[in-house]
Design a protein around this ligand. Structure first.
Ligand code: FDA
Length: 308
């Protein structure tokens, strides 16, 4: 309930303005966001990679409102990929892209603009020796995102997809995407969605997550288990064993700043563990989703605002 209220209230422009005025270095923002610039993101990547973890980097921003901003996002990824390559990090670091940040929602030919921008990022990633994963946003974008994914995979079959367990349609999408070479990140889902399309309570979402995991683990693709939930992480391990999957034939993923000891524990067991590092100036939407996931974060957030 709190999560839904917070995600609703966060749309207020006044609240966005007040929160966005906080410096990125302030406690709560710095916990979840690696910085505002590419060099800061590369530094955070170096630290995680040197401790045995892998990384996927997200240049923050979503819902751009003009084609120039969409191009600017794509260029930010090209700059980032150059810097990751120069630092020798691309064997362990890929990028995650939100299609709404590269033009998907623009009126008219938004999808085409997003596809072309995503294609140029995929090209640069391949030249740098790494991959791209397309983040998944709210349910109104799912069909469009999966259709752009299909187009991109014709030239870049290594492009990763994200599916959200809370959506009622996801089991079907898992079946469609559980083919050889298909990288699929499974997460619970972070947006405020109507009952008609998404399970609302934690128990139903968790059950749906397990059903989706079963399909992916028993399929021929490469499952990427994106969750901090200890129960689901344990179930993922058992399902992988039962499907005769060795470490390296699937991976765990977690967000920067969340359960860092667990990230290292799984890597210490020989698993591939990838940390999602967000960076950039437009961190508001991302921060709100992280706050909404956990009431305890709100107290921390309130203290950060008061001490501003
Ligand atoms: P759950 O929310 O039940 O949390 C389980 C436990 O993890 C909590 O009890 C707590 O200990 C810890 N935890 C979780 N969130 C926390 C937080 N914010 N602060 C502190 N502790 C926290 N979503 C989406 O819609 N589209 C996407 O593309 C992605 N991409 C993505 C990539 C990766 C690598 C991850 C890990 C997650 C995403 N997500 C996402 C977000 C995802 O949908 C979901 O909202 C969060 O991962 C939280 O769900 P959990 O599975 O962690 O479970």
């Amino acid at each position: 309930m709190l999560r839904r209220i917070l995600l609703g209230v966060s749309r207020s422009p006044q609240i966005k303005k007040a929160v966005s005025a906080m410096p990125v270095s302030s406690g709560i923002v710095a916990r979840f966001v690696a910085g505002e610039t590419a060099p800061e993101a590369v530094l955070a990547t170096e630290k995680l990679v040197s401790s045995g973890l892998n990384v996927t980097l997200d240049h923050l921003g979503e819902d751009v409102t003009d084609a120039a901003a969409a191009t600017a996002t794509a260029e930010a990824y090209l700059t980032l990929l150059k810097q990751l390559s120069a630092a020798g990090l691309t064997a362990n670091a890929e990028v995650s892209v939100k299609l709404s940040a590269v033009g998907q929602a623009l009126p008219g030919d938004g999808e085409k603009i997003a596809l072309e921008n995503a294609r140029s990022i995929c090209h640069a990633a391949r030249n740098a020796g790494t991959t791209v994963t397309l983040d998944m946003e709210d349910h109104t974008t799912t069909d469009s995102t999966l259709s752009i994914l299909r187009e991109l995979r014709q030239d870049f079959p290594e492009t990763g997809a994200v599916l959200q367990a809370y959506l009622r349609r996801t089991e079907g999408d898992c079946r469609d995407l559980a083919y050889e070479g298909s990288r699929v990140r499974l997460c619970k889902g972070a947006y405020k969605e109507p009952e008609s399309v998404a399970y609302q309570d934690k128990r139903s979402v968790d059950k749906a997550y397990v059903r989706a995991m079963k399909i992916l683990m028993n399929g021929a693709g490469y499952p990427m288990i994106a969750s901090h939930d200890p129960r689901l992480i344990a179930i993922a391990g058992s399902l992988a064993d039962r499907a005769n999957r060795r470490p390296g034939s699937f991976e765990y993923q977690m967000l920067f700043g969340i359960r860092p000891e667990e990230q290292l524990r799984l890597a210490g067991e020989g698993h591939t563990v990838r940390i999602y590092i967000p960076y950039g100036e437009d961190w508001y939407g991302y921060l709100v989703r992280r706050l909404a996931e956990r009431p305890a974060n709100l107290q921390f957030f309130a203290r950060s605002l008061i001490s501003k």
